[in-house]
Write a protein that binds this ligand. Sequence first.
Ligand code: FAD
Length: 300
Amino acid sequence: MKDFDFVRPKTLDDAVSLYKMAGQKASLLAGGTELINQIRSGKAQPDLVIDLKHIRDLDFLSMTPEGIRIGALYRTRDAELCGPLRDSRYNALSYASGTLGSPQVRNKATIVGNVCRASPSGDLIPPLIALGARAKIVGPGTSRSVTVEEVIVGPNRTILHPGEVVSELEISRMEDCTGCSYSKLSPRKSLDLAIVGVAVLLRTDPDSRCLDAKIVVGAVAPTAVRAKKAESILIGSKFTEATIEECSRAAAEVSRARDTSIRASAWYRKKMVEALVKRTIGLALEQIKEGKKRGRLWNV
Ligand SMILES: Cc1cc2nc3c(=O)[nH]c(=O)nc-3n(C[C@H](O)[C@H](O)[C@H](O)COP(=O)(O)OP(=O)(O)OC[C@H]3O[C@@H](n4cnc5c(N)ncnc54)[C@H](O)[C@@H]3O)c2cc1C
């Protein structure tokens, strides 16, 4: 392992300045569950590691009637155990967090780190895309807001420039009669990456007709992908068995998995996308029912 310098800025401004000065020779460290492995294996060889963990302002989850904000240091274990989040219409984030790694990993791993790592099988990425999450990207004297979908451009590749830090994720309030769920298929119950991960967001009218649908599939292509044809089959329709079947079959078409993976064949992944989409539509519809039952008690 190559030697590197290590700094612990206390403010976001300091982190951004240090990062800007060091440029591509520096790496940001949040939970470190991914970066430390990359440094050990030689895949990352930074001269400088900028540890964000002492920037206290970045460790937060804020839930208001306008939506939710997730700070760059908010960990997956906190999201998994956070009662108000689990009990809210955003609980797909709690669930997806709880499927990542093991409790030890989740105690370190951040949600924002999961996005910035940009793994094709990142568990938080499909639900964040389905929920329309935006990343606030702070650079030297600049700040921009970009959807999570646009942030990730390939495996381990994002649109972030050296000097830019994701300070938080923002999700606008979900409208009434909306449900969002995540399902993960992996051979082991913990410490295993997704063979397929599916997030489904649905909004219905009072007549239970589909007004909006987002279907996002992870681990079957270089980045998580929206199954837009499948979404269009649902929008405007009732959730009949035939429609759900047709939609699930169309969703499987987004799979670009290759047979070179030892974890699952391309055929199996495609079949599992179909099965998981069907299942996750059912879960999202259950959520809408739950929300209707609870009315105003359905948090934020
Ligand atoms: C044993 C084990 C099991 C795992 N299992 C899973 C799993 O089941 N599912 C899954 O999705 N992942 C899994 N992972 C991967 C990893 O834990 C997650 O991707 C995690 O969310 C990364 O978060 P982190 O805070 O540790 O990121 P870090 O390792 O600190 O950073 C990851 C990358 O993001 C960059 N980065 C971090 N924060 C920021 C920021 N604020 N702004 C800009 N760039 C930033 C870093 O520079 C680095 O390139 C596993 C890892 C291990 C070691």
